[in-house]
Design a protein around this ligand. Structure first.
Ligand code: HH2
Length: 273
């Protein structure tokens, strides 16, 4: 999925949820999901990420049955675009069923901690896997998030999780890491994460980040979710300067342009003079 390493990958978000903080309720039916997937493909997405359970702070988990009912038709709607499809879930059964329908990546916001069966599903399928950092669960993650050193603590978490993944049969070349912008971090900690994103390169895995329209942008700019495009663009450009491999975004058309423009500056051939 990273064959041509000159371009930042754009992961388009498709939330088949009624309650996501930004696009809740918009792509709920299979027809809406298919139309949105096709639009994101036309707009320059490289990967489509399907989620069926909101992870916004304080969100209540849905049942497995409900997650399957929402996610599987959306995966079926996204696969025909021909783009790699990622399933945003922490449940092994949802991952297994989505992979059987053609998904090729599991995006697990719990970093393979939410369901003990997940590691085996990922290892057996040979799919890609995003290991994301989150402190606590979506319900509890914003209760007084404290770290000794946010970057060092997340790095230590990644080291432990990567060891777990490798020990359980996931191939090294299938692992991507995501520091979890907005997951159990204060505004200051989220900004520090972006500022020091390059520190995670030492671990040797592709990096993904999802800043799109999140509340840290709202806190800095004092604007509601639907008015955070400029702030999102700034975070995407900065993440690319810091060497991220993939950005997870809602507005693919605009952010694909931000990514291409940033790439043109950052990934140009080194100066020969
Ligand atoms: N953020 C959200 C959900 N999944 N996955 C990864 N790897 N990284 C992220 O930053 C990330 C994620 C939350 O954003 P969104 O899907 O737009 O909202 P909601 O959880 O309310 O559906």
């Amino acid at each position: 999925m990273l064959e041509d390493d000159t371009a930042t990958r754009v992961m388009g978000i498709l939330n088949a949820t009624p309650d996501s903080f930004y696009d809740g309720g918009r792509y709920y039916t299979p027809e809406e999901a298919a139309a949105h997937a096709a639009r994101m493909a036309a707009d320059g997405a490289h990967i489509l990420d399907i989620g069926a359970e909101s992870s916004r702070p304080g969100a209540t988990p849905v049942s497995l049955e409900e997650e399957l009912r929402r996610a599987l038709p959306a995966v079926e709607a996204a696969v025909p675009t021909g783009l790699p499809v990622s399933i945003d879930t922490w449940r092994a059964e949802t991952a297994r069923r989505a992979l059987a329908l053609g998904a090729v990546m599991v995006n697990d916001i719990t970093g393979l901690r939410g369901d003990p069966a997940m590691v085996e599903v990922v290892a057996a399928s040979g799919c890609f896997c995003v290991i994301m950092h989150m402190r606590g669960t979506p319900r509890t993650m914003q209760d007084d998030p404290t770290y000794t050193d946010v970057i060092a603590d997340i790095s230590a978490f990644f080291e432990e999780r990567v060891t777990y993944a490798l020990d359980n049969g996931i191939s090294e070349d299938r692992i991507w890491l995501d520091p979890g912008f907005g997951f159990g971090k204060t505004v200051e900690q989220n900004l520090a994460l972006l500022r020091h994103l390059d520190a995670f390169h030492a671990l040797g895995f592709p990096l993904l980040i999802g800043t799109s329209n999140k509340s840290t942008i709202g806190a800095v700019l004092d604007v509601p979710p639907e008015d955070r495009s400029g702030g999102t663009a700034a975070t995407v450009a900065i993440a690319i300067v810091k060497g991220v491999h993939c950005v997870r975004v809602h507005d693919v058309k605009t952010m694909a342009r931000v990514a291409r423009m940033s790439d043109a500056v950052v990934r140009a051939a080194p100066r020969s003079d």
